[in-house]
Design a protein. Structure first.
Length: 235
């Protein structure tokens, strides 16, 4: 998901700095972005580390002079009955999906407030709004993302910093591949989606570009559903 959005931004003319704790993935994405004719920077970063995030912002500002857009797309997912969930499983989901996202918003937001301009796009989920079977930690973390988005939007609006979120519906990603590989589960999710299909990752790019550009200057605190009608249909 993050790679698709990063590619879409680069194709739209943005310089892009990919973020991952895996150095080889960062290097691959930097080469990909530069291959599209845009500038990039390799700074492997663990999003749960405030120190590494601070260093990342410093490096980006040193290279480009400012930070215009932040997309928080790092995520983790686990399917396990709540009664069987281990503490470390709960903590991992919360650390990556919510704690790391908060730290990123805080550190990048500080730079954007200083600039008096910026766009933050968080990746929420349909799980921000409805419960999904045996993924309670994931749903709680994503509900937190949607609420944090509103809180930050209200705090930072006076500084011309827009904070919004995108809530994808059912898209095949490495996070949910095991779930979607279960035929009856896949059939149930598709049957509940009015458009009767999975989303294509490329279909997230339009919403992301809208929220990253001047077209959304009067939009803040919103979570845009890109879900094929999943939530509108009801459970």
């Amino acid at each position: 998901m993050g790679k698709t959005i990063a590619t879409g931004f680069a194709e739209a003319g943005a310089h892009v700095v990919p973020v991952s704790h895996r150095a080889e993935l960062v290097q691959q994405m930097v080469a990909h972005i530069e291959g599209l004719g845009r500038k990039s920077l390799a700074v492997p970063t663990d999003v749960v580390s405030r120190e590494q995030l601070s260093s990342l912002v410093d490096r980006v500002v040193e290279r480009f002079g400012r930070v215009d857009i932040l997309v928080n797309s790092a995520g983790a997912h686990i399917k396990v009955p709540t009664l069987d969930m281990k503490e470390e499983e709960w903590d991992r989901i919360m650390n990556i999906n919510l704690k790391g996202l908060f730290f990123a918003c805080q550190r990048f937001g500080r730079q954007m407030v200083k600039q008096k301009k910026g766009k933050i796009i968080n990746i929420a989920s349909i799980g921000s709004f409805v419960s999904l079977h045996e993924v309670s930690a994931y749903c709680v973390s994503k509900a937190g993302v949607a609420e944090l988005t509103k809180c930050l939007a209200c705090e930072w609006a006076p500084y011309n910093v827009n904070v919004n979120a995108i809530a994808p519906g059912v898209f095949r990603t490495p996070l949910n591949a095991k779930v979607l590989d279960i035929p009856e589960r896949l059939e149930k999710l598709i049957s509940h989606t009015p458009m009767k299909r999975l989303g294509k990752l490329e279909e997230l790019v339009g919403a992301a570009i809208f929220l990253a550009t001047e077209a959304s200057d009067y939009v803040t605190g919103e979570t845009i559903l890109v879900d094929g009608g999943f939530i509108a249909c009801g459970i």
